[in-house]
Design a protein around this ligand. Structure first.
Ligand code: MRU
Length: 339
């Protein structure tokens, strides 16, 4: 496996800068709140569970590094830092859940020493829990497939190591299928505009010797039919109580295609991606990102400079298109009622 995309060493937070992969495998060291906020906003760290893990370590690191000696002021500074961190990416609910836990720790702490210790321990606990969640999702996911058969699976974006710090959600299931000799091949759409499929998923699958093939996003329909794809497995950024699921833009297209070709369409996500406070996908805030991300591919302008572009980072798949939601608490089926 690769080195961890996010790790806290003493008072320094180290990340793999995912925005530069695969051409540049570079560590970046985060020392301040603004560097941390930038890392999330610019997708140097990304993927719903990893954003939450990184944000938790960031809060712990800010407490460790703070020179503020007044305990009350230190607490207030950290609470304000959390407000800023929460203002980065609105769709994945994992970030907000983790920040709620970090806020609780700050509010309960009685002195500086305990505050620092408890924040670090909470961040480590959240990281460890996501590791266990990934393992459980992979086991439940595996149970959906018949032993002795070999499967052709399509996915989207990156839901593996780079999105979770651990084996991943949808990709965790794919790793497990490969480990058991049940995987023929993974089909990876490039995932425009930021190419998480091409840049990250292809890279991590090749590092782990998993057979994978890259396709363009607009090839998905034809490839499903021509290559006889057996199932589609995707991740999630926020799942409403009724099963409606926000995930990387393009996921809805895959769900519609899966329905058309009558193959299973699974969502794989930890329960930390479930928002029990919202009843349907209509309430999920969808991040809209810069037009430039669509107009430029890496450093190349692919349209007229003054062209307008529309860049929704996520879409919402309605529950009726989802064959099952694979979580660390088991597999949920229609009609969904995630509580
Ligand atoms: O914009 P990103 O790269 O953060 O989007 C990531 C996704 O949409 C993933 O599918 C999702 O976060 C699940 S990661 C286990």
């Amino acid at each position: 496996m690769l080195n961890k995309p996010v790790e806290l060493y003493r008072d320094t937070l180290r990340i793999i800068d995912q925005s530069r992969l695969p051409d540049l495998m570079r560590y970046e060291y985060i020392y301040t709140l603004s560097e941390g906020v930038k890392a999330i906003s610019e997708l140097k760290v990304r993927g719903a569970p990893l954003i939450a893990i990184f944000a938790s370590y960031l809060v712990a690191m800010l407490a460790i590094r703070s020179k503020e000696r007044n305990f009350k002021r230190l607490k207030n500074r950290l609470l304000k830092a959390i407000d800023k961190i929460e203002n980065t990416r609105p769709t994945a609910v994992n970030l907000f859940k983790a920040m709620r836990e970090m806020r609780d720790v700050i509010q309960k702490a009685e002195d500086r020493e305990h505050l620092i210790k408890d924040l670090r321990e909470k961040a480590e606990e959240l990281d460890r829990k996501e590791s266990m969640n990934c393992e459980k999702i992979a086991e439940y996911g595996l149970s959906l497939f018949e032993k002795g058969k070999k499967y052709r699976i399509m996915t989207i974006c990156n839901t593996g190591y780079f999105a979770t710090n651990h084996i991943g959600t949808a990709l965790g299931i794919i790793y497990k299928l490969h480990e058991k000799g049940m995987l023929e091949r993974v089909y990876v759409p490039e995932t425009r505009p930021l190419l998480q499929g091409a840049r990250l998923t292809m890279w991590e699958l090749s590092q782990n010797s998993v057979p994978a093939v890259l396709i363009t996003d607009n090839a998905t329909g034809f490839v499903i039919e021509k290559e006889k794809i057996d199932a589609i497995i995707v991740g999630a950024d926020r799942i409403a109580k009724n099963g409606d699921t926000a995930n990387k833009i393009g996921t809805l297209n895959l769900a519609i295609l899966a329905n058309h070709f009558d193959i299973p369409f699974y969502v794989a996500a930890p329960f930390t991606s479930v928002d029990v406070n919202i009843s349907s996908g209509l309430e999920i805030p969808i991040e809209k990102r810069s037009e430039d991300e669509v107009k430029w591919v890496r450093k190349c302008l692919i349209t007229k400079e003054d062209a307008r572009a529309l860049n929704y980072a996520f879409d919402v798949t309605p529950n009726f298109l989802i064959s099952g939601i694979i979580t660390d608490r088991g597999i949920f089926r229609k009609p969904y009622n995630l509580t």
